[in-house]
Design a protein around this ligand. Sequence first.
Ligand code: SER
Length: 334
Amino acid sequence: MIKFALSLSRKRNLNNIHMKSRILIIGACGQIGTELTTALRSRFGADKVVASDIREGDEGMMNAGHFEILDATDYAAVEDVIFRYKVDTVYLMAAMLSAIAERFPAKAWDLNMNSLFHVLNLAKDGKIKKVFWPSSIAVFGKTTPNENTPQMTVMEPSTVYGISKQTGERWCEYYYNKYGVDVRSIRYPGLISYTTEPGGGTTDYAVDIYHRALKHGHYRCFLKEGTTLPMMYMDDAIRATIGIMDVDLEDIKIRSSYNLAGVSYAPEEVTMSIQKHLPDFSITYEPDFRQEIADTWPKSIDDSQARKDWGWAHKFDLDAITKIMIENLRPRYT
Ligand code: SER
């Protein structure tokens, strides 16, 4: 009887969903969230998108559409925003990244896992229809083959962040298999962008280096020479994020998370690319604890499954990224 009543209420919720059509971005002021919000607002119209974060964003974020202060770990608050705005799709972008999570393991676990459970449970209960949740190359570890890392392989992450992402992947797949939750995910490589600076990641050197090059002409790198990591320009990442949400349900064959590749490079290669624009730019290497994290991550990623299933293809190579970064950051430092 209880079961019947529950399934009736779930059905009613699902019916309501047809009248709902807004998108909620949780973590809209972060590195990815900022650009994702802009892209979704321009694609669907400002009224269809609700940006939210634990803190206020810049003027562009606050004035261009709906914005809510929202703590991703507060189930009732997330549910309330979903209800008030008639949200049917959630992009859960709030997370604590790899380097900072090593300093606050319990906090990172709480944020990275509980926010995911809240959103998955809201989908399971029929209150939202579709979920995007980001995973990362951090799900891999020292025992993973690190060149052309396959979609399915050994995964023994050794960082707090990696453990949370790998666990999250397992739960996403579980919620899809058990409850039919339409959750889609990508394992992002290091992301390069100029709009918002990243915070607390290991791949962040590859953004910071452009700022320092323009400001000081020199960069002290916290990773050593030869540390090749998979990277991607933000526009590619946003295209992938919206792309995977666009395709038909049946086309998504992987419900944990898809490997995604752009370009792979080491600090000395970015240096050479920057020197094509700023010939006097120099770099020195002072590896810290983040070197240990980077050493456990793949050098390059095999993303053939994403290419096959939903037509993924990256566009930006290292020199194209450097040109865009220098052109857009230069006015800030001159
Ligand atoms: N860019 C992230 C980090 O360095 C990896 O997903 O933490």
